[in-house]
Structures are given as C-alpha cells and as structure tokens.
Write a protein that binds this ligand. Structure first.
Ligand code: PRP
Ligand code: ZN
Ligand code: MG
Length: 226
C-alpha cells in the first residue's frame, strides 16, 4: 500500500467470521469489488477505493499506524490490540465511526463441564489458555483474581483436554465449539460486535468525501435490516 495513495484503503478480514458480512456491507453501500483469492489488495471498480484483505488481528494496528484509512474489525480484536499497544508504548489511537450489526460474540471463560464451579474465586491459581491475554489480564485484575495464563494463537478449546490449562478464555458465538469440547461457559468478560474504525491522522478531502458518502449508506443498510 502506498502511503500517499489517493485511493481510500479499507482493511477487512481475509477469511473468518467477519469476512463475508464486511464485504456484503460494502457492496450494499454501492462499492463493487472483484476479489481474486490470492490477492491481498482488491480495487473497487466504481470508486477510488481499495480493499486490503488481511488477518483480523492485523487490522487495528494498520489503522493505528495510519497504514490504512479504515478498518472493519471485531471489538474483541480491537480492544486486545489497544491494550497491548498501550502496554508497549505504541500508538493506539483510532476514531470509531460506527458500531455495526454483525459479528456479535462474547469473550468468555469456560471450564470442563465436570469441574464444579461456584464463582470467580474458583479461578484462583488456575491456568487459563487464551488468544486474548491482555483482555483476560485486564478482567482478572478488575475482579481481583490471581490466575495464570497460557497464550495460544489457535485451538484454545483443546487446551484443557491436552493438559495445557485448567480453563480457557475464548470467543463464543453459537456455543457449538464449547459444547463439542465438553466445556461450559462460566464468566463473560467482554461483549463484541464488528466496528468501523478510521485512522486519526488527517485524510485528503477526496478520501473524506468518500467517507462522508459511505456513512449514511451504512446507516441506511443497517436500518433497513433492523
Ligand atoms: C472463535 C473461537 C471458537 C469459535 C466459537 O474462533 O475461537 O473457535 O469462534 O464459535 P461458536 O461458539 O459459534 O462455536 P474464530 O472463528 O473467531 O477465529 P479463530 O480462527 O481465530 O479461532
Ligand atoms: Zn483472528
Ligand atoms: Mg477458533
């Protein structure tokens, strides 16, 4: 991506729970894209707009560093990256443009169903596997529970069975993953949905006018499906 590109660049998840809905939202707003599976960048055919298709975890940082103009990302990833950046003195600013009506999920602590559970004090001294160490630590500090974490970038749900952890802290949407792995949700620590964010550094008036056009269209699309 050229920093001086005159095209508005929007980062979306390449493949995952938000990909289809994010693309569908932009298309419902009148942007036409033809995506090539292998390509990171997709040009919009009827507007000076580019889509950058990346891992969702990378989207907040790309916006906070001003590498892309807009990002469509889950609040869970956004807040995790924000907390991590604050802890490591990196720029963590972004402008929230809209909360969106898709990507609803929650970050929850779950334990094997055979483990008795009375309340959060039962987590003291336990090891909790997660992909969200900053959100988890933030929660544990807030409730005053001293527990250990194990950071895994995937397959968190198998950690208790594999003997890597006593509990997990992971995203729950339908609950099917927990169910399939004999886990029961015990504490919800964060609720999330998709958000549209913008970089805080100034935009050209051309880019700003595309955004000014996009926002009312998003509102219209979302109202129509309420
Ligand atoms: C999350 C989470 C579980 C699954 C839960 O993964 O890690 O695997 O979704 O959804 P469910 O309650 O509907 O079963 P996600 O697809 O967000 O991405 P990941 O590949 O980063 O784990
Ligand atoms: Zn991810
Ligand atoms: Mg998963």
């Amino acid at each position: 991506v050229q920093q001086n590109s005159s095209r508005l660049t929007i980062a979306i998840q390449k493949s995952g729970r938000l990909s289809q809905a994010s693309l569908a939202l932009l298309e419902a707003c009148g942007f036409r894209f033809s995506l090539h599976e292998a390509k990171l960048l997709a040009h919009c055919q009827n507007q000076p707009v580019d889509l950058l298709r990346v891992r969702d975890d990378d989207i907040p940082g790309l916006v906070m560093d001003g590498v892309v103009d807009l990002g469509l990302v889950g609040e869970n990833v956004l807040e995790e990256v924000r907390l991590k950046r604050l802890a490591t003195q990196l720029e963590a600013k972004f402008k929230l443009l809209r909360s969106l009506d898709y990507g609803q999920c929650r970050l929850a602590i779950a334990l094997p169903k055979e483990v008795p559970y009375q309340g959060i004090q039962d987590l003291v001294g336990k090891r909790i596997a997660t992909t969200y160490p900053y959100l988890l630590q933030n929660y544990l500090q807030r409730v005053g529970v001293a527990a250990n974490t194990a950071v895994l970038t995937g397959s968190v749900e198998v950690a208790p069975r594999a003997g890597l952890a006593d509990a997990i802290c992971d995203l729950v949407s339908t609950g099917a993953t927990l169910e399939a792995n004999g886990l029961v949700e015990r504490e919800v620590i964060f609720r999330s949905q998709a958000q549209l964010i913008q970089r805080t550094t100034p935009l050209s008036s051309a880019k700003q006018s595309i955004i000014d056009q996009l926002l009312p269209r998003i509102d219209g699309v979302q109202q129509a499906r309420e």
